[in-house]
Write a protein that binds this ligand. Structure first.
Ligand SMILES: [Zn+2]
Length: 369
């Protein structure tokens, strides 16, 4: 008897089986389609978010972003081991709007997990409530996990490793929530003949700018600025998803125009890491940036801002604990991490080191039972 689970429609194998693209494209997309911002952008985002944290919080979290950066993509890696992991990275808002409207139900935006589950059950009792993704609720659960990881009591002390792992996951899911195509059932253009759009938006377009651009000063030293945009573990995720989803239509329209522009002359063999792959040329990516009104880089900077605010809000809620550093592992840093380390030490990852000062009110929370 075959006991292997049914193929996840978002799995790389399922994608490759259906892919009409040449093998080199498939190999590239195997790495990029399902990884949120892509491995490199995820790591840069965590490094950038770290630079926004106040100094006392950096010291409380061990004084170094290396493990946060190292574990920035652990959530994606878990997809290969845990069948429940994939749904944590997206929410198909368009499909849910159609589904809920056709059954006379209110919009899903802002719904608690309990009410959402009940609504899905009423529509089809055989459908898993996870089928369209659980990202906004996962962000709330991940935030609570991070606060809990920092809470010690008389019989337990908090472990820095657990805190950093929880923070890395929260940052990862938050980053995914900023990607427009993580809010659509047509997440890789598979319904509209636009396969590859996912990697184009969140990996290729970002990587083309990572080494030349920096993010503007976010003025987080200003008490007013922080008070004007505090991180709320329940509502901020929904706001982020709404902003991401508002870009979906423009992204698909831009890709159609872009394909017409670059069809015959927009692709080059380029090295990516240690591999040679057929990728959009830098000129083609510049055209893509223009067609999308340059929204990729500001979205990248906003993502790092939200990650920093979420980490900081959780730390404040936990009472600003100072974690004892766990024993450092005797491992050499991989080359990509050494490279990032050099960049953030030179201030290339972000603007000046910034201070967050705020007090956050604790929101009422609806947790997964
Ligand atoms: Zn992801």
């Amino acid at each position: 008897m075959n006991t292997s689970p049914p193929p996840d429609p978002r799995s790389s194998q399922a994608f490759l089986a259906k892919s009409p693209l040449p093998l080199q494209f498939a190999g590239l997309l195997l790495l990029t389609v399902l990884t949120g911002w892509g491995f490199s952008p995820h790591r840069h985002l965590h490094a950038l978010a770290w630079t926004h944290l106040p100094q006392d919080m950096k010291e409380a979290w061990g004084g170094s972003p290396e493990r946060l950066v190292r574990w920035a993509t652990q959530a994606d890696a878990r997809k290969h081991l845990d069948s429940l992991e994939g749904a944590r990275h997206y929410l198909d808002l368009d499909d849910l709007d159609t589904l809920f409207t056709s059954h006379g139900k209110p919009a899903v935006w802002g719904m608690s997990w309990g009410i959402y589950k009940q609504s899905i059950f009423e529509i089809d009792s055989l459908t898993s409530p996870r089928i369209h993704g659980v990202l906004p609720w996962q962000l709330e659960w991940s935030y609570r996990r991070l606060v809990k990881a920092m809470a010690s009591n008389d019989s337990t002390t908090c472990e820095l490793d657990n805190v950093i792992r929880a923070a890395a996951d929260l940052g990862h899911y938050l980053a995914d929530a900023h990607v427009p195509l993580h809010t659509s059932g047509n997440y890789d253009g598979q319904r509209s003949g636009q396969r590859g759009i996912h990697a184009l938006w969140e990996t290729q377009a970002v990587e083309a700018q990572l080494h030349t651009r920096t993010c503007p000063c976010l003025h987080l030293t200003s008490f007013e600025a922080v008070e004007g945009m505090p991180y709320d573990p329940v509502w901020t995720p929904w706001d982020i998803l709404k902003d991401s989803h508002a870009l979906v239509e423009d992204v698909f329209q831009a890709e159609k125009e872009w394909q017409n522009m670059v069809a015959n002359n927009g692709w080059r063999m380029r090295t990516r890491g240690r591999t040679l792959a057929m990728l959009p040329s830098l000129q083609a990516l510049a055209a893509w940036d223009s067609l999308t009104h340059g929204h990729t880089w500001p979205r990248f900077c906003t993502t790092a801002d939200h990650i920093a605010r979420a980490w900081h809000a959780a730390w404040m809620e936990a009472g600003q604990p100072h974690m004892a550093a766990s024993i450092e592992r005797d491992v050499g840093l991989p080359r990509w991490l050494l490279y990032l380390q050099r960049r953030w030490k030179r201030g290339k990852v972000a603007g000046p080191d910034l201070q967050l000062k705020s007090n956050h009110a604790t929101s009422s929370l609806h947790l997964d039972p």
